[in-house]
Design a protein around this ligand. Structure first.
Ligand SMILES: *Cc1c(COP(=O)(O)O)cnc(C)c1O
Length: 379
């Protein structure tokens, strides 16, 4: 895929060559099990600990508050199911948003089948939460609020600190799916008062299959999670299974690079996004889906009324973009996020998500604007 213009960075990112280089030795010479007590194992364990510190450092946590998982889907399942089961004596009610990622929504649906009650809050037309609605949904049985940091489809940023405060005022825990935020924007968990937070390596230049979970005060068991994977008691007994050493080393490296470089990258990427968006908004009737002000810098989700996004994407052969969420695109249904912000099915099917990353450049943005312009001339 040589001439690809890749504007689908919210689906996944390429691996940074420095990340690849850091992980490669752990596929060959450095193969010991990090749990082995011999010197070889213990030297691998040191690498794991360094990675844990890099991850913790990126998000302002303590390294003993981080556990490694296979990615955000697993972290989300463990957080929601694990918290629900471990805190069942406190209540059985969880509050989330209709615009969450399927990993959250489908896990909540599963929890409903085993007796939990879930409130799926609708959002305002800009994609943002209604905090009064959130407050009025809380009852004596409420134990957990689950709201994502950055929406993967439209990029809107929720008022995380306010949501955390509301949770804590009612003695509830706050879980945040921060998969589209970690590695892109400065998140210090204590500043936002997040209790449990999920993230994934492949959304910020580490490979697929490695992610993590932040759990506040993990060692003093403040937020109890019942494990889903049982076995050797790895990761504080919360996530058994031999550690994915190359993946963990890669995640650590990606976090180190993000800490140093993400703010500079953000400036460049946001300029590219704005340029692309300005160009695309010249097309008759087109508009941005979701809040323009409270939005991450790398995404624009644009509706081209009257057009068919799938046809457009098919004609832009070497451009990788997404018609809504990649995770649902196997099923031909309008995106649940676009539906939740009030788009008609027709407008949802006319919407395209462009998500940029640090390897994009101006000439790519110009090419994409030009290709979209040609589509309009022909239609
Ligand atoms: C990609 C994504 C996930 C799933 O992450 P995986 O690591 O691929 O399991 C969950 N939530 C959001 C917001 C995402 O963007």
């Amino acid at each position: 895929m040589d001439n690809i213009i890749y504007l689908d960075n919210n689906a996944t990112t390429p691996v940074d060559s420095r990340v690849l280089e850091a992980m490669l030795p752990y596929f060959s010479n450095e193969y010991a099990n990090a749990s082995s007590t011999h010197n070889f194992g213990q030297s691998i364990k040191k690498s794991i600990n360094r990675s844990r510190e890099e991850v913790a450092n990126l998000i302002g946590a303590n390294s003993n508050e981080i556990i490694f998982t296979s990615g955000a889907t697993e972290s989300i399942n463990l957080s929601l199911i694990g918290y629900a089961l471990a805190n069942i004596e406190k209540g059985k009610h969880i509050i989330t948003l209709k615009t969450e990622h399927k990993a959250v929504l489908d896990t909540c649906k599963y929890l409903e089948t085993i007796g939990f009650e879930i409130s799926y809050l609708s959002v305002n037309n800009d994609g943002l939460i209604d905090l009064n609605k959130l407050k009025s949904e809380i009852n004596d049985s409420s134990i957990l609020i689950s709201v994502m940091f950055v929406n993967n489809e439209i990029g809107v940023i929720q008022p995380i600190k306010e949501i955390a405060n509301i949770a804590h005022d009612s003695a509830m825990a706050f879980f945040c799916d921060a998969t589209q935020a970690v590695g892109k924007v400065d998140i210090l968990v204590n500043e936002f008062d997040i209790d449990i937070m999920a993230f994934s390596g492949h959304k910020f230049y580490a490979p697929k299959g490695i992610g993590g979970l932040y759990i506040k005060g993990l060692s003093n068991n403040k937020f109890k999670l019942q494990p889903i994977l049982h076995g050797g008691g790895h990761e504080n007994g919360i996530r058994s299974g031999t550690l994915n050493v190359p993946g963990i080393v890669a995640l650590g490296k990606a976090c180190e690079l993000a800490k140093k470089e993400m703010n500079d990258n953000a400036e460049i990427i946001s300029a590219l996004r704005n340029e692309l968006e300005n160009d695309l908004l010249k097309f008759p009737g087109s508009f941005v889906n979701g809040s323009i002000e409270n939005r991450i810098y790398n995404v624009c989700n644009i509706c081209f009324p009257g057009m068919d996004a799938n046809v457009m994407i098919g004609k832009m052969k070497n451009v990788a973009v997404s018609n809504g969420s990649a995770c649902t695109s196997a099923i031909i249904e309008p995106s649940h996020v676009l539906a939740a912000i009030g788009l008609s099915d027709r407008d949802a099917f006319a919407s395209i998500r462009f998500s940029l990353g640090k390897y994009n450049n101006r000439s790519e943005v110009h090419t994409v604007s030009k290709l979209v312009r040609e589509l309009f001339i022909k239609s």
